[in-house]
Design a protein around this ligand. Structure first.
Ligand code: HEC
Ligand code: HEC
Length: 262
């Protein structure tokens, strides 16, 4: 992220507009260049953000896991053949988990995304630019705003916590967060043996005891032995449920809108 953040400071402020325009023109001139909008690439991007980006970075450019854009395994991959072999077993001893559940059409989509990223990187450098930001931002912000009001605003206030969100994250990172947000503080509910429930921030939970911080700031312990039952909240559930409903156009439009929140 360090490099991307540096690029943001140096480049995105002024030149992103130019870059976006240049790439948008290049995309409309050359339909083949529109690879990032192919349905399998968009599906692959969502899968990648959810399962891989945490280690390989939102654009596959590397994080605690290696850069996949320069990986020889990926360069040898044809339609997911090498990638799915790796996902089947992982390299557990080296920190690469196995994802057998993604083998098949899903690993083909992930491969399509990574290959499209490689192509996009080559195109961007051919245009003399290296940031992905402008290229991601090809949607229509006004349409995205309407979509946001309908699907997102119940949880996210553009005048509140989302104010200035595009200034806090570089474009690739923001798109990653939009598709696969990091959970906030864990919360949950304890059902009391005598009936009724208590909801709060989870400070501790194991098989025997749960400690919650209640909305008034006080802390309270609950013992399973007394018949209390603890259920953690799943705050990102709504996000996961949204994903299958996003079309590739929605993603671009909402993202273009988020980029206006500076
Ligand atoms: C918990 C971190 C983590 C996650 C999550 C993860 N990876 Fe990895 N991945 C790694 C590490 C670490 C390596 C390097 C293993 C090694 O040194 O051989 C690696 C290696 C790879 C390689 C081989 C690169 C090469 O040239 O050898 C590919 C391809 C890859 N990962 C794809 C994926 C995909 C696709 C996903 C998501 C479905 C994913 N990874 C999820 C950590 C992760
Ligand atoms: C039911 C509630 C809910 C809905 C609806 C929802 N989100 Fe979220 N969103 C969350 C939660 C919870 C987080 C995790 C971070 C937090 O607690 O704020 C989050 C995080 C995010 C983040 C990362 C914020 C950051 O600063 O890390 C983005 C971006 C985002 N959502 C975009 C969207 C978009 C775009 C939509 C609509 C298409 C949407 N969300 C709909 C609950 C929701």
């Amino acid at each position: 992220m360090g490099m991307a953040a540096g690029r943001r400071l140096g480049l995105v402020a002024g030149a992103a507009l130019l870059l976006a325009t240049a790439l948008a023109q290049e995309i409309s001139r050359n339909p083949k260049a529109d690879a990032l909008n192919q349905p399998e690439v968009v599906r692959g991007r969502v899968l990648f953000q959810t399962n891989c980006a945490g280690c390989h970075g939102p654009n596959a450019g590397g994080g605690m896991g290696p850069n996949l854009l320069s990986s020889s395994l990926v360069r040898h991959d044809v339609k997911g053949d090498e990638i799915s072999k790796l996902l089947q077993v992982g390299r557990l001893e080296k920190g690469m988990p196995a994802f057998p559940q993604l083998v098949g059409p899903q690993s083909e989509d992930i491969a399509a995304f990574v290959h499209a990223r490689i192509d996009a990187g080559m195109r961007a450098s051919a245009l003399g630019a290296s940031a992905f930001g402008g290229e991601l931002n090809v949607g229509d912000a006004a349409t995205g705003k309407v979509y946001f009001q309908q699907h997102c605003q119940t949880c996210h206030d553009p005048a509140g916590s989302f104010r200035g969100i595009a200034s806090r994250h570089d474009p690739a990172e923001l798109e990653g967060l939009m598709l696969a947000p990091k959970p906030g503080k864990p919360t949950g509910t304890v059902s009391l043996p005598g009936g009724g429930t208590v909801h709060g921030e989870v400070l501790h939970a194991d098989a025997f005891t749960t400690t919650l911080r209640l909305p008034d700031g006080s802390m309270r312990d609950f013992a399973a032995g007394d018949g209390s039952r603890f259920t953690p909240d799943d705050p990102l559930r709504a996000h996961r449920d949204l994903l299958p409903g996003y079309t590739n156009v929605d993603i671009h439009n909402v993202f273009a809108y988020l980029e206006t929140l500076r």
